[in-house]
Design a protein around this ligand. Structure first.
Ligand code: C2O
Ligand code: CU
Ligand code: CU
Length: 443
């Protein structure tokens, strides 16, 4: 895989052919290659110029998911790049170390472009992280892992279509990690850091090791937690990331597995089809094969980084967002538009206006199934879930959170979005493309 380092980076969105299975070529999209893109590694304090060239025969845009930057640099639907054009944002990196990602965000075509391969990782590092001496040898004991499910027919990638796709989001029978089917990772016999990124269109993962071993969760979407949290399983919704430390000192080969994805609206005859989609048992995501002798590795640190606590009483306003499924239209045989608070996304309409520097409470819920709610240009904390204290997986700073029963988020708006708005949306990409998105300005 490719890496980029330094202050000026070129990304070229292009079409290509990828052999996911030997001798079977699929038409795919990638940045600088045929599927996915290079991992971009940037340091807090850098100003990084990225030249993004669109070598596709259709429009695209590149969104820096999780980066705290002003609206006009964000790469959402308003920063569309025409075929043949180059967009050159200079990105000010002013946030803590974190595992972020970038992906296509052209309105109405995000799901298809990401499915075809337009996504990559963006890793932010800083001095606080370096001082912790976490495993950090990229590709050796610090592994970026992009989890995606894809549908294949005779070894070739196909694009599932139809009403079920609109409802559930596009899912597939084959799990890929970094674009590889049946993946195996050779790891040293010591503590290893995994940067898990759910780059799937719709699939939720319930991850655990086959031997149920414990591991430590160390970072959420916004960066490192205050202290490691020991877990034996971890859920990851589309758009979410988690960093974990796993000890392979015992030298045993072991698989990271995912449980069945049961997230689907249970209505009418769809139940049967849903059961077919989700009726699989636990399946391997990635096999680990520890190599060599036991290596003296680092220990799991007691503490990670201090977080500044925000007092919820500083919130100046409360807004409510319900992710709605637009079932009426579908049942009547029409297309049916998803929406937020019943309204489908409209590029020409500003849904909310926020004051720069404000802290607000956003109350988010979702209809009929669990939806990962993502807000551009902010970090937030989860204040409550279903009216109760948040669970262990809700801690840390986040930019994406799963909602069905209401969650209360404490959101701070530190980035201006005047020339172009920020988005908030469901990260099931078919929901987003079909209207489950809104936009807001910050000034
Ligand atoms: Cu990762 Cu608006 O998206
Ligand atoms: Cu985003
Ligand atoms: Cu959704």
């Amino acid at each position: 895989d490719a890496r980029s380092q330094g202050r000026s980076i070129s990304l070229r969105a292009q079409a290509g052919r990828t052999s996911f299975f030997p001798g079977k070529e699929s038409r795919t999209l990638g940045y600088n290659g045929s599927y996915l893109g290079p991992t971009l590694r940037v340091h807090r304090g850098d100003d990084v110029e990225i030249a993004v060239t669109n070598a596709l025969d259709e429009e695209t845009s590149v969104h820096w998911h999780g980066l705290l930057i002003p609206g006009e640099l964000d790469g959402g639907p308003h920063q569309m790049i025409r075929p043949g054009a180059t967009w050159r944002p200079v990105l000010p990196i002013r946030q803590p170390a974190a595992t972020l990602w970038y992906h296509s965000h052209v309105h109405g075509r995000t799901a298809e472009q990401v499915y075809a391969g337009l996504a990559g990782l963006l890793l932010v590092t800083d001095d606080d992280e370096k001082a912790l001496a976490l495993p950090s040898e990229y590709g050796v004991d610090d592994l970026p892992l992009v989890l995606q499910d894809r549908q294949f027919e005779s070894g070739r990638l196909i694009l599932p279509e139809g009403m079920m796709t609109l409802m559930h989001g596009r899912r597939g029978d084959t799990l890929l990690v970094n674009g590889t089917a049946n993946p195996v990772a050779r790891v040293p016999r010591r503590l290893v850091r995994l940067r898990l990124v759910n780059g799937s269109n719709a699939r939720f993962y319930d991850l655990a090791f086959a031997d149920d071993r414990a591991f430590h969760w160390i970072a959420s979407e916004g960066g490192l937690l205050e202290r490691p949290v020991e877990l034996r399983s971890l859920s990851l919704a589309p758009g979410e990331r988690a960093e974990i430390l796993v000890d392979f000192a015992d030298g045993r080969a072991i698989a990271l597995e995912a449980g069945p994805d049961t997230n689907a609206p249970m209505v009418m005859g769809m139940l049967a089809r849903a059961a077919d989609l989700i009726g699989r048992g636990r399946e391997p995501v990635l096999r680990f094969e520890p190599q060599g002798g036991e290596a003296p590795g680092v220990k799991v640190p007691e503490r990670l980084v201090a977080h500044e606590r925000l007092d919820p009483s500083r919130a100046v306003r409360r807004r409510r967002f319900a992710m709605t499924m637009g079932m009426g239209g579908m049942m009547g045989g029409g297309m049916g538009m998803h929406g937020i608070n019943g309204r489908p996304y409209d590029m020409e309409r500003i849904d909310e206006e926020v004051r720069l520097g404000d802290v607000e409470i956003w109350e988010v819920s979702g209809e009929m199934m669990a939806h990962p709610f993502h807000i551009h240009g902010v970090h937030f904390e989860v204040l409550s879930r279903s009216g109760a204290a948040p669970g262990p997986r809700d801690q840390g700073l986040r930019d994406t959170v799963v909602a069905q029963e209401p969650v209360e988020l404490l959101v701070r708006f530190t980035q201006p979005a005047v020339a172009a708005p920020f988005m908030y949306h469901c990260h099931i990409l078919e929901h987003e493309d079909n209207g489950m998105m809104g936009q807001f300005v910050v000034r």
